[in-house]
Ligand binder design. Structure first.
Ligand SMILES: Cc1cc2nc3c(=O)[nH]c(=O)nc-3n(C[C@H](O)[C@H](O)[C@H](O)COP(=O)(O)OP(=O)(O)OC[C@H]3O[C@@H](n4cnc5c(N)ncnc54)[C@H](O)[C@@H]3O)c2cc1C
Ligand SMILES: NC(=O)c1ccc[n+]([C@@H]2O[C@H](COP(=O)([O-])OP(=O)(O)OC[C@H]3O[C@@H](n4cnc5c(N)ncnc54)[C@H](O)[C@@H]3O)[C@@H](O)[C@H]2O)c1
Length: 463
């Protein structure tokens, strides 16, 4: 029986464990925070649960456009936070139960590699939270330890006024004037959610626009909605320091400007959790940013040691972490395996409106890296969007110039996370715009804009 030790029980670790157990391996997962990892306990699940509450406020505020007046909308921060935490714990318990049912040994504690490998045997040092430390032998080790919020030297979180995204749910009340430092996906999601809940939000963007890695049209659409709703967005604003100042905080920017608020939320990225893994002694290589270097089947440079998830920095998404973990196990246990393909990963930013993408990007097209034609349809022409009183957003579809094969898309709109699926399926299954356009959609529906975009690209084929 192949013995597998998995360090870290987030999506990368626990999905790997389930696959390995299914293939009859002897699997041990050692996890410091709780089953499901930080994804379930502090990052993805809590933030999306928080956003679900903020979405309710947005819907209530918007209701008057539809002739329905909801007299008073109030947010009870304590209840929202309690719900966020309870749901995270419940989800963690579900993951734990699944692992145990699959026959995985789950150890609450920390682990590290114990020295160099001998004859393809690895030793893992386990420090359980209860009991004495011990070592286990493993034929295969998976490093799946995730990442931690990046700190700026002069902006140390105190859990009261200067916060990481993992600390916000411990506040007794919502901030009054929140400064969100960093406008990547995490910053944009929290800025939007807090603003919806009535908080006065200032978003500091180190670049010219928010979410610089996302489709520019989409990021600008969301930035415009944020501004219309009263958010202050400062472009080219890089924080040099964040200090407490009486009952508030004072953020000093690198160009000397000062921004004041009641709280600061630091969303300036993440760093990989590798410091305590004893990687150097085991000879495991790291690349830029300290992320563990892996190939497309999750192998590190050391035979028998694999790595998956945020600790590899490949594409920091739960879905990708899980797939890297599964691929590692399929490969290690001799199953047929397809290397990780990132070009077809769908992702979503849970702002309001949401921003979902899949496949090639506008930048790929504009640079000529991928020859493509594109059409962009604003949702203001969509009947269902008008009925819902919510027309912010658009559908963008990319196809190959000659064949009409669908190669990518962007959706900005409410529930874009659900609307992206038909485009993702078209990309994955090599469908053409004609095939997409011939699919009969519900009328009226937002997905009608996707088939409409496909129809427009069909027409272009004959121009
Ligand atoms: C605010 C936020 C929101 C997000 N929202 C989404 C989203 O909506 N959708 C999405 O796809 N992705 C989202 N992500 C990204 C997603 O959370 C990560 O990609 C995912 O958590 C990566 O999974 P992982 O298993 O690599 O790491 P983690 O989930 O971080 O799990 C790793 C675990 O390893 C443990 N660990 C570390 N060192 C040790 C050790 N030495 N011994 C034992 N255990 C150890 C850690 O405690 C941790 O629990 C979000 C990220 C953030 C920050
Ligand atoms: N919905 C989702 O799927 C979801 C949600 C959150 C995060 N994530 C993933 O997690 C990963 C990390 O995202 P993130 O937003 O946490 O980090 P990020 O690194 O993508 O963004 C951090 C931003 O902070 C800026 N920054 C850095 N130093 C700064 C300073 N001193 N002052 C002001 N700004 C500064 C950076 O320029 C960058 O734009 C991404 O891959 C993302 O896709 C996904």
């Amino acid at each position: 029986m192949t013995r597998i030790a998995i360090i870290g029980g987030g999506p990368a670790g626990y999905e790997a464990a389930l696959v390995a157990a299914q293939l009859d391996a002897d699997v041990t997962v050692i996890e410091a925070a709780g089953a499901g990892g930080e994804c379930v306990l502090s990052d993805c699940i809590p933030s999306k649960t928080f956003i679900a509450s903020s979405g309710m406020v947005t819907a209530a505020r918007r209701s008057s456009r539809l002739g329905v007046t909801i007299p008073e909308v109030a947010v009870d921060a304590a209840s929202v936070h309690q719900r966020v935490k309870a749901l995270a714990v419940a989800q963690s318990e579900d993951v734990h139960a699944k692992l145990v049912k699959a026959g995985v040994s789950f150890v609450a504690g920390t682990a590290a590699l114990a020295g160099s490998a001998e004859a393809h045997q690895h030793k893992v040092a386990v420090t359980p939270f209860e009991g004495e430390p011990y070592e286990i032998d493993a034929d295969v080790v998976l490093l799946a330890t995730g990442a931690t919020p990046r700190m700026l030297r002069d902006a140390q979180p105190d859990g009261e006024r200067i916060l990481t995204w993992r600390q916000v749910y411990d506040l007794a009340e919502l901030p009054t004037r929140l400064i969100v430092v960093g406008s990547g996906v995490t910053g944009a999601e929290f800025a939007g959610a807090y603003q919806a809940m009535g908080v006065d939000v200032t978003l500091l963007s180190s670049r010219e626009r928010v979410m610089p890695h996302e489709d520019a049209d989409a990021a600008m659409a969301i930035e415009n909605v944020f501004r219309e709703r009263g958010m202050t967005i400062l472009p080219q604003a890089r924080a040099a320091s964040v200090k407490r100042d009486g009952d508030g905080v004072r953020v000093e920017l690198t160009d000397g400007r000062v921004v004041e608020g009641s709280h600061a939320l630091m969303t300036v990225g993440s760093v990989p959790n590798t410091a305590d893994l004893n990687l150097a002694a085991a000879g495991v290589e790291r690349g830029p940013g300290g992320f563990i270097t892996v190939d497309r089947v999750s192998r590190t440079n050391v035979p028998g040691i694999y790595a998956a998830g945020d600790v590899t920095g490949v594409l920091m998404l739960a879905s990708v972490a899980a797939m890297q973990g599964r691929i590692a196990m399929w490969h290690a246990l001799g199953e047929a395996v397809q290397p990780l393909r990132l070009k077809k990963v769908a992702s979503n930013v849970f702002t309001d409106p949401e921003l979902a993408t899949v496949g090639i990007t506008q930048a790929d097209k504009d640079s000529g890296t991928v020859p493509a034609r594109v059409v962009m349809l604003p949702l203001e022409g969509n009947a269902r969007a008008k009925m819902n009183g919510y027309t912010d957003g658009f559908v963008k579809l990319f196809c190959r110039p000659a064949s009409g094969l669908v190669v990518g898309g962007v959706v900005v709109g409410s529930r874009a996370s659900e609307l992206i699926l038909p485009i993702a399926m078209a990309v994955e299954n090599h469908l053409t715009v004609a095939e997409l356009a011939q699919t009969i959609t519900i009328y009226p529906s937002l997905s009608g804009s996707i088939t409409e975009a496909a129809r427009q690209l069909m027409r272009h084929e004959f121009e």
